[in-house]
Design a protein around this ligand. Structure first.
Ligand SMILES: NC(=O)c1ccc[n+]([C@@H]2O[C@H](COP(=O)([O-])OP(=O)(O)OC[C@H]3O[C@@H](n4cnc5c(N)ncnc54)[C@H](OP(=O)(O)O)[C@@H]3O)[C@@H](O)[C@H]2O)c1
Length: 247
């Protein structure tokens, strides 16, 4: 049976690497992105390199009215095969910019949490009906603990983590697996030029971890894996100390 990955936020460097790797493993790819030109270029590249079917569709996560149409198109694209979902869209404005302009809070939460949850909620019945498949959604280590320098983005990702836990429990009953992928720092447009980054991973490594997690039906995966250790330490710092740290 054929397998399709719907890649949401396909102009993300991680999503692009994931789409290429998934196609190389034999999947068809439907790339959904705000930047249709970019997604079409990726689709053409994938089709030439892998001879898999790859197409692009315009997608703005904040346009809730367009979500039903996207879901219907994805179902049609997958045909009688399995539809899988890779959710990569997100946005991380600078915390200082958000502090200076509170109107940035709502769009940050919308893009990272509300839009993701409302779209996955529309995809859920389609995935339940097919009785197989996988969802891999990009959370973040930033969602594991609210910190001074990134807490609006982090709290939206924390909400996404909780949503995915519930979705996982719902879909596993119908044979569909949900992976929460929590990257640390990744070398992409989102982190370009940010000071103080360490242990920065290439997008390809995160993409490989995503495919591996879906194949092995893992639930929550840190990428690279050593971030589990780092975040375990960070989560255990007492709040009375953590609140004073300049991180
Ligand atoms: N880079 C890191 O260190 C890191 C760490 C942890 C988690 N993550 C997560 O990994 C995911 C991918 O990020 P990335 O690192 O690959 O950064 P990126 O290249 O900036 O990708 C973010 C993607 O989200 C898309 N997007 C934002 N708002 C959207 C909207 N309203 N509708 C549709 N697409 C929208 C962007 O589209 P445009 O190109 O149109 O802007 C872009 O394709 C994000 O969820 C991010 O939170 C990244």
């Amino acid at each position: 049976m054929s397998s399709t990955w719907l890649v949401l936020g396909a102009s993300s460097a991680i999503a692009r690497a994931f789409a290429r790797a998934a196609a190389a493993q034999g999947a068809d790819i439907l790339l959904a992105a705000r930047d249709l030109v970019d997604a079409e270029a990726t689709a053409a590249d994938i089709a030439i390199r892998t001879a898999r079917r790859a197409e692009a569709v315009k997608f703005d996560a904040l346009d809730e009215a367009a979500q039903d149409e996207l879901v219907a198109w994805a179902r049609e694209f997958a045909g009688s095969g399995t539809l899988n979902v890779f959710l990569a869209f997100g946005t991380m404005p600078d915390q200082a910019a958000i502090d200076a302009d509170p109107s940035l809070v709502a769009p940050t939460v919308m893009a990272n949490f509300t839009a993701a949850a409302s779209l996955l909620h529309r995809l859920a019945p389609v995935l339940e009906a097919q009785g197989t498949g996988a969802v891999v959604a990009l959370g973040s280590v930033a969602g594991d603990r609210g910190r001074l320098k990134n807490y609006v983005y982090g709290s939206a990702k924390a909400g996404l983590h909780a949503y995915l836990q519930g979705l996982r429990a719902r879909l596993v009953r119908k044979g569909v697996h949900v992976v929460t992928l929590k990257p640390g720092f990744v070398d992409t447009a989102m982190t370009w030029g940010l000071p103080g980054l360490f242990l920065v991973a290439p997008p390809e490594a995160v993409a490989r971890a995503a495919l591996d997690a879906a194949a092995k039906k893992r639930d929550v995966v840190y990428a690279p894996a050593f971030w589990w250790g780092i975040m375990t330490i960070i989560r255990h710092i007492p709040e009375r100390i953590f609140k004073k740290l300049n991180i």
